[in-house]
Design a protein around this ligand. Structure first.
Ligand SMILES: Nc1ncnc2c1ncn2[C@@H]1O[C@H](COP(=O)(O)OP(=O)(O)O)[C@@H](O)[C@H]1O
Ligand SMILES: [Mg+2]
Length: 270
């Protein structure tokens, strides 16, 4: 873990808003920029990274019986409970067992010297968030939401939990933001247009990007062919390209802590 430069949580309060889809495509766009990237599937009860990354049925090897060698797919280092236990076995685990499993996936994976480790968080603000926020030394969290009030209420809870745990918010991604009509080519904001902008303004967080609702994401995820790589349409590639640049920029601003300025002042005074 010490050799990983940036550890990023991808979180929301709610399931089904696109955390895993965003995790996969953002990880791939960071990789495209030349970074070494790993992807940890921390959704113990509903792991979807093996399927989305075309790695179902793969088993990590353990050369020393202590650590796992991550699975490699599309150039990303992957780890998921889905590679380790039999299908559905983990779904009945109690909280402490789930937290222990998350810690093991995180610390007992032999990650290389990664520039980015993207952690696909499970939904909710329970044991898993607490374990990861306390143990993973997170650089920051990216919140994912759809524009409906129901999703916003939950993302707000998630944001507040991160604030309490002193995890900086890198920014917010609005997923399924609008639909581009095949016939007229215009953007239709199916769930309203201004809610998210108001939300980020009120809470002083960066809006990192807006991803359209596109049924191709569903097919791509189910077939293990991430849309960032498989799409013939440049739009998705460009949007995710911009997104990864904004994430980098936002992290750079997080890394300008005020304490440094204060330190300089202290030195000048003494
Ligand atoms: N922008 C999008 N447009 C259309 N479908 C999407 C989009 N993002 C995600 N999906 C689909 O929505 C479903 C839930 O997404 P997923 O990434 O699994 O969410 P989560 O990890 O938050 O539960 C999946 O079927 C996925 O393919
Ligand atoms: Mg998921």
């Amino acid at each position: 873990m010490a050799s990983i430069k940036n550890v990023i949580a991808i979180a929301s309060g709610k399931g089904g808003v696109g955390k895993s889809t965003v995790s996969v495509n953002l990880a791939l766009s960071l990789k495209q920029q030349g970074y070494a990237v790993g992807l940890l599937d921390a959704d113990i009860y509903g792991p979807s990274i093996p399927l989305m990354m075309n790695a179902v049925g793969q088993k990590p090897t353990t050369p020393d019986n202590k650590t796992f060698t991550p699975i490699i797919s599309y150039g990303l280092e992957l780890m998921s409970i889905g590679f380790i236990v039999l299908k559905d076995e983990a779904t009945i685990w109690r909280g402490p067992m789930m937290s222990q499993a998350i810690s093991q996936l995180l610390f007992q994976t032999n990650w290389s010297d990664l520039d980015y480790l993207i952690i696909d968080f499970p939904p909710g603000t329970g044991d898993a968030q607490l374990t990861l926020s306390q143990k993973a030394d997170l650089t920051g969290a990216i919140l994912v939401t759809t524009p409906q009030d129901m999703a916003l209420i939950d993302v707000k809870k998630s944001m507040e939990a991160f604030k309490k745990l002193k995890v900086p918010i890198i920014g917010l991604i609005e997923n399924m933001s609008y639909f581009i009509c095949d016939d007229c080519g215009s953007e239709h904001h199916l769930f309203g247009q201004n809610k998210i902008e108001l939300f980020v303004k009120e809470n002083s967080i960066n809006l990192l990007g807006k991803i359209p609702l596109d049924p191709s994401f569903v097919e791509a995820g189910d077939n293990g062919e991430p849309l960032y790589l498989s799409s013939e349409d440049e739009l998705i590639k460009n949007l995710y390209g911009q997104l990864s640049l904004r994430v980098e920029e936002s992290i750079a601003t997080l890394e300008k802590p005020k304490t440094k300025i204060e330190d300089i002042q202290v030195q000048l005074e003494t």
